[in-house]
Design a protein around this ligand. Structure first.
Ligand code: PMP
Ligand code: GLN
Length: 387
């Protein structure tokens, strides 16, 4: 009996599932998988309950409920000055994860080369493999994790058809700057490439830095599919309401695959995310300010304990180098840590082709209440230096 396909060969179990299971088995503080430990706004939950109680329980239209598509269009205009027709240029998906999968399946042929920033979000690799694509990683390297423009240019070949971007970037916390985005845009235009831009952390930037969607750069709105999700911006990661916005041909190609993956995404939560997207500026400002406090608490504490800390510009995640503690291998470290001190973190190395570049790096999530971060730091002070 054949029990699995070549399409999934070698993909294994995601590190997030492995580490969250380890957290519950050991009763550890889970600074691994990136999900907040507090819910988003209660009035948004009320809106979801209202929808459940008022007949929003049958299939949504394939591209999503009209009020959410309209709210996404309004959001893109309000924050970035981007104009999209909600009828044909926006589609709702089951999380950003489905948008990424459907976009790659709908736009990439077997043998096409796709440039991807590494460390990469693990679903990119899995779906590129399932699509039969060849990935061409460009590595963001410690300590700065900036985009190496020469390496990016060198990664383009005659078979390249797309660049899969992620900014703010998980796991490094890099927020791509205007000059980096300009360089990507130049390459995309020169080689006639599609850009698929994963911007799920668009509202999670710190120190006054702002996220720039690459679709806003000259010549890019016609070749960029922008992907985001309500999970991170509103602390509802379990709702899995995502979306894609872009020119009609790209959105329709994504929908061409999406219609046969899930057909349509869950109806009752969509009106609630529509309402959330219309939140006033104070919501977004307060949310980021609180997250920045948590970032500083975690980064300051990890540095005090003796880690070399790379302070992130955005996202939920901080990265440390574990070598000051005498460890070389982040995967071994993260598998040992829960039993040793009761804390879970995520090793970078599983997100690289160039495993050596990520081997000593470990990612810690700070989307947790300050007392939880403090408890994790307290436990980590028990970590002794291994020489
Ligand atoms: N992209 C990145 C970079 C992420 O970190 C995540 C985290 N969940 C996702 C996509 C998936 O988003 P969603 O939960 O909306 O599917
Ligand atoms: N995006 C989150 C992270 O990077 C959750 C990932 C997941 O569970 N697939 O931790």
């Amino acid at each position: 009996m054949k029990t699995s396909s070549a399409r999934i060969a070698g993909l294994g179990t995601t590190i997030f599932a492995e580490m969250s299971a380890l957290a519950s088995r050991t009763g550890s503080v889970n600074l691994g998988q990136g999900f907040p430990d507090t819910d988003g706004p209660s009035e948004i939950i009320d809106q979801a309950v209202h929808a459940l109680r008022n007949g929003r329980n049958q299939y949504a239209p394939g591209a999503g409920v009209p009020e959410l598509r309209l709210a996404i269009a309004d959001h893109q205009r309000r924050f970035y000055g981007l104009n999209h027709d909600p009828e044909s240029e926006i589609a709702v998906t089951t999380g950003a994860t489905e948008a990424i999968a459907a976009a790659l399946l709908g736009l990439i042929d077997p043998g096409d080369e796709v440039i991807v920033l590494e460390p990469y979000y693990d679903s990119y690799v899995a779906v590129l493999q399932m699509a039969g694509a060849v990935r061409r990683p460009v590595t963001l390297r410690a300590p700065d994790f900036r985009l190496p423009l020469d390496e990016l240019r060198a990664a383009v070949s005659p078979r390249t058809t797309a660049i899969l971007l992620n900014t703010p970037h998980n796991p490094t916390g890099t927020v791509l700057r205007r000059d980096e985005l300009d360089a990507i845009a130049d390459i995309a235009i020169e080689h006639d490439l599609v850009v698929i831009s994963d911007e799920v952390y668009e509202h999670l930037t710190f120190d006054g830095l702002h996220h720039i969607p690459i679709a806003t750069l000259p010549g890019m709105s016609d070749r960029t599919l922008t992907i985001s999700s309500g999970g991170k911006s509103f602390s509802f990661t379990g709702w899995k309401i995502g979306w894609a916005a872009g020119p009609k041909p790209l959105v329709q190609a994504m929908l061409g695959a999406k219609q046969f993956l899930t057909y349509t995404s869950g109806s009752p939560l969509q009106p609630a995310i529509a309402q959330a997207l219309g939140a006033d500026d104070a919501y977004f400002d307060d949310f980021t300010a609180q997250l920045q406090v948590q970032r500083d608490l975690l980064c300051g504490g990890l540095a005090d304990i003796g880690f070399e800390v790379h302070i992130p510009e955005g996202t939920y995640f901080a990265t440390t180098d574990i070598r000051p503690f005498g460890f070389e291998d982040g995967l071994e470290f993260c598998r040992m840590l829960p039993d040793r001190v009761g804390v879970v973190a995520i090793p970078h190395q599983v997100f690289y082709d160039d495993v050596e570049a990520g081997r000593p790096l470990v990612r810690w999530a700070f989307c947790k209440r300050p007392e939880v971060i403090a408890e994790a730091l307290d436990r980590l002070t028990g970590l002794t230096i291994r020489r």
